[in-house]
Design a protein around this ligand. Sequence first.
Ligand code: HEM
Length: 130
Amino acid sequence: MSEHDVPAQTVSDYEAVGGGPAVKAVVNRFYELVVGDPDLAPFFAGIDMASLKRHQVLLVSQVMGGPAEYDGRELRAAHAELPIRPEHFAAVVEHLVAALQEFSVPAEIIDRVVAALGQTQPDIVTADAH
Ligand code: HEM
């Protein structure tokens, strides 16, 4: 088989779920769940949700192999001042999974998103478990 026979690249997870509009819908639902969670809401009090959502859309897009390029602060810098414990991180990931499931995103894609987010935990969790 020559190099010309290489099959066309498979669609990215980002394309598979419906691209930008689908990712935006998931992120909107994700944030509803996060700010509706009494354990998490205090972290987001006074934060500009519009810009936070925009960044989150870009970040989730990139995690899923989409075209967007995240241009926000380093994750470590963005979370450095926040007393985020492992259980807060787990709760946020859980809400994202729930939002992805609500939009019928296939489990294998959700698994990859969770794995990619899991790699960010050391940058985001800045406080010990209680
Ligand atoms: C699951 C992994 C997470 C990812 C990928 C993530 C991603 C981000 C991104 C991209 C920003 C925006 C940075 C910017 O605007 O420059 C941000 C900000 C923020 N994140 Fe996270 N985050 C995660 C988990 C968490 C958790 C667990 C909490 C708290 C429970 C949290 C609370 C916040 C807050 C309060 C801000 C705003 C900080 C500020 O503007 O001063 N994040 N996050």
